[in-house]
Design a protein around this ligand. Sequence first.
Ligand code: GLN
Length: 189
Amino acid sequence: ADTTAVLAVQGAFIEHERMLSRLGQRCVELRQAFDLDQAFDRLVLPGGESTVQGKLLEELGMLDGLRRRIEEGMPVLATCAGLILLAARLDAHDDRGTPRLGTLDVLVQRNAYGRQLGSFRTEGKVAGIGLVPMTFIRAPYVMEAGPGVEVLAQVDGRAVAVRQGSQLALAFHPELDESVLVHEAFLAI
Ligand code: GLN
């Protein structure tokens, strides 16, 4: 069986591990640069706080190793803060120069749903995956997607799921709901 490495410096990584374990995946946690030396086949970037994650990845010396694997084509599933970490560009008023991976050709706005609507649930169709529950927690959305990026889902006219090659990035949190469809689709990349 393959091994999925889950970035575990901050945020909702346990929930991804539970979901992947249910699907029979072996999971390892990436907590420090040293952890990148082990063998793994896929990568999960969980939700949480992208500014904290970006700073930690830089301090821990993990950015380059992660970026190299993604650029080499390793499949990656990024949710929420993970989407922000992957984004090549952030909306100007969000961008405080926090380090990111920047491998996904999109422009992202953080905390895009305002205070009252900070968190909400809905259900939507994701192209190639199906109808899935969508839990948004102070979620970002994709404002612009480059030519190599396919928009897989929209909510209220905003792109909330995209794919570019082996990178699958979502504004919502499939690891917090019962449906395993998104994780299954990720494991099929
Ligand atoms: N608002 C968070 C950020 O900007 C993302 C929220 C989440 O991952 N649920 O990083």
